[in-house]
Design a protein around this ligand. Sequence first.
Ligand code: ATP
Length: 325
Amino acid sequence: MIDVSNLSKSYGDVEALRDVSFNIASGEIVGLLGPNGAGKTTIIKILTGYLQPDAGTVLINGLDVLEHTREVQAQIGYLPETAPLYPELSVQAYLKMMADLRQIPEAEQRALLSEAIYATGLQDHLTRPIAHLSKGFRQRVGLAQAILHKPRLLILDEPTVGLDPTQIVEIRNLIRRLADHSTVLFSTHILSEVEALCDRVIILMNGQVKADARLSELEATSDAVLVLERRLPEAQNLLQHLPQVQGVGLFNSHDGFPAYRVFGRKAPAGTAGYNDLCPAIYELARKNDWPLRELRRDVRTLETVFNELATQGSAVTNSTMEVAQ
Ligand code: ATP
């Protein structure tokens, strides 16, 4: 549904995007995750036809955004970072104005307005001026205008920014419901947002795609953690020589015991899944009579992945993941 190829964009000497490419299939809900200034809004403005790239192409449903801007915009529901709401208008008047601007025929407006209003839970606030609404309800109005024409593709720029925890939960639930009928791409700098909503994440840093994978792939690892009762000089070397082991790090466990993080080798290209190193490590510990305290597979959260990428700068696609040694 979205095909982005080799997008680059600079603002003067600020290189906001560098050779960005990704595809999003119909029905996916994808998080575009990145720190402030990573280039998320720039990508979203280009995808929605509000900004021209310096290089690269964007196809939405096979249509080039630059050549068919209006047609593409008619197929997209777009929630900008700050939705251009008209504070003096009532919710109803604003949504009616948006329906007119979208050139929805009068005969269809009533049903579509009603559907968008109920989907976003605005039915009890229709006559209130937008200026009198809380930030969460203003965001709902923004979402209501985005879904008014029943788009198959929703692009939401930081949909929960500035909301309180209750409002965040409400907006997330709403996005989840909308995703039943539409493909959704949303940007965020909040890791938990991606974990709560998406199957797939595209991580953007300094204008480049650093990772593009399903969450389960990113979080998968064969790394293991071994904790011993006391430090053994030979342990690190013996662990290092196990097949499938790429590196071994030594650290102190939370309760002060020597802990070894054993990094597994990357799976060969074209093979899926990860080896479990624990049986081989257990066998080594048993044979050498090591004072074993704990042995477990390491857990990688999205936060771990994000921090690794921020410090390493390596690119990750389709489950190939550089591991720190
Ligand atoms: P945030 O999470 O803070 O909204 P972002 O990931 O959406 O950030 P962008 O807004 O796309 O990032 O900005 C990417 C880079 O381009 C930043 O360095 C930003 O300062 C710069 N930038 C964005 N818009 C402009 C502009 N109109 N003029 C000059 N520089 C800009």
